[in-house]
Design a protein around this ligand. Sequence first.
Ligand SMILES: Nc1nc2c(c(=O)[nH]1)N[C@H]1C(S)=C(S)[C@@H](COP(=O)(O)O)O[C@H]1N2
Ligand SMILES: [Mo]
Length: 214
Amino acid sequence: MSGIKTKLIEAKQAWAKAGRLLTGKTADPSVRLPPGQRLVKDWPVLDLGCQPDITEAKFFLDINGAVEKPVHLKLADVIALPQEASVSDMHCVTAWSRYDNNWQGISSKTLIDLVRPLPAARHVIFHAHDGYTTNVLMEQFADDDVFLVHSWEGRPIERVHGGPIRVLIPKLYLWKSAKWVNRIEFTTSDRPGFWERNGYNNNADPWLEERYDE
Ligand SMILES: Nc1nc2c(c(=O)[nH]1)N[C@H]1C(S)=C(S)[C@@H](COP(=O)(O)O)O[C@H]1N2
Ligand SMILES: [Mo]
């Protein structure tokens, strides 16, 4: 994987090993702020230290794997899909949360209708232009608040946050939301992504405080 800062990865792996930020508490999802989180007003930037510049010419999105109808989309094709607005909270494993983010984008349900995953498809793997990968369960992807987003608070999503298009899965820690996504792969078996292989929890539910691997 190119451009990844080894120091940064080692530091985060050490956090995972030490169980840093774990409170040992779990909370009901009706509690808005998950355990161990603190509210922020800004939107911090976190990634592997490489922020690819995805121009319209470089942009592509493949949605394939265990599906009936794989697609290869250009930016204009993605933007031509039905657009929806959504408001949700973000929770990062580094303990910040930000409430009431206004998003615009394409719902995961629209993408599912487009490619028609096979009944055997149980997992979704996201791939990104910087080599990052992350994995979720099919039902986590199919949730009502999951979108491919291109706009935040009425403005295009900035390059540092994964613009022009990133994934948003608000009910999971934000490392599950791939920036600069270029492939959404449906699979029949699970395949842990980048942080999931480096000490982070495979499921990543903030209310269960699933920060790190057991
Ligand atoms: N492509 C890509 N997506 C990524 C990452 C990354 O390094 N590359 N980092 C993840 C992590 S660890 C976090 S916490 C969030 C941060 O998103 P933000 O920088 O927009 O806050 O992006 C996630 N998505
Ligand atoms: Mo992160």
